[in-house]
Design a binder for this molecule. Sequence first.
Ligand code: CA
Length: 413
Amino acid sequence: MHNKQSGIHCGQRIFQRLALTAGLLSLALPAAHADSSGDGFRQCVDRLKHQAIEAGVSEQTASTVLAEVEHLDRVIELDRRQPEFTTTFADYLNRRVNDDRVGKGRELLQEHQDLLKRVTRETGVPAPYLVAFWGLETNFGSYFGKMPVPSSLATLACDPRRSSFFTEQLTAALRIIDEGAITPAQMEGSWAGAMGHVQFMPTVFLRHAVDGDGDGKRDLWNSLPDAMMSAGNFLQDLGWDPDYRWGREVLLPANFDYALADGRRLGLAEWNRLGVTDAFGNPLADEPIQAALVVPSGHRGPAFLAYHNFNVIMGWNRSEFYAIAVGHLADRIAGAGMLQNPPPEDQPNLSRDHILALQQSLNDQGFDSGEPDGIMGPATRAAIRDYQEANRRVADGYPSEEILNALTGKQQD
Ligand code: CA
């Protein structure tokens, strides 16, 4: 689910982040849509204008901004695109957390220490996390996305797929223009409307962005104090726990029961009792918190205990890979080394067809993976775990090449 062009990546990430909400919202479609550019689009934009005014956007902003929007075929293309292959955790992590990015993050941590200390004091979010989000979202402000946000959002709002969701985003974008945060022409972002240093969607901007430099405006494009204070404020609003870290890499004992990595949350004392140690083999600190075990590459790769803040990070972007990348990058920026167990790089990128075949085969053999959809989700992982347990294999729920071959009888490309 990634792309070499970071702007497109951001859009896809947003898509992942919002897929659930948008899926629900899309059930309530407006009466009519423009399915192409031309007259249909203009009529749709006219309806959007009236909706925005009803929602409290000034008539002048709604009229002038929406008079200028254009239907962007490219946005529809990007929205329709289904990634053919899954991304392995190794690919995902190595692309996002590498020595260059860690080095740059450490420099920026120093350079902006006064600002970052202030954000931490006001929001409880430690500086290395703020810099890590900044690094993952826009490579520290080096790429915000160049799509004209009002046109992108109008295009998506006039497309039937997720019209309600993007209508709400467009209205929010118009309110942001209304409050004078940015001019319409300068409102650029990813194709799906994520904006500025930390790639806030318009509704997130409206609810969580703050003025960090005291000039009376919330400017997430041109003011780093605004962007960092807004990131901290968003995380605080999502429930950031200032007393604990995001989670940590851990080591598991031999013959560990990987079925415990099914999302259940246990106290650290319980994980200690099960033989789990920190990444250096030391007992886990006796802290009164719950944690879930995450093994993103299966039993051959690293293991992590995910604390409360891991879930907070997933409130920003609903992806376990993303949450680990933020946490690990923050640790490294704060001075930590590489993972003790780097993820194996020889695992296959599964295609949707491979996953469909796997799901069909699991179902055929009585291990219920739900309706086959070509996407690795919790139900598929649970079905793989059941298959593995029934066949006396390590029950990590990971679709390894071996499991895939055993289940589908097909070799990977
Ligand atoms: Ca400001």
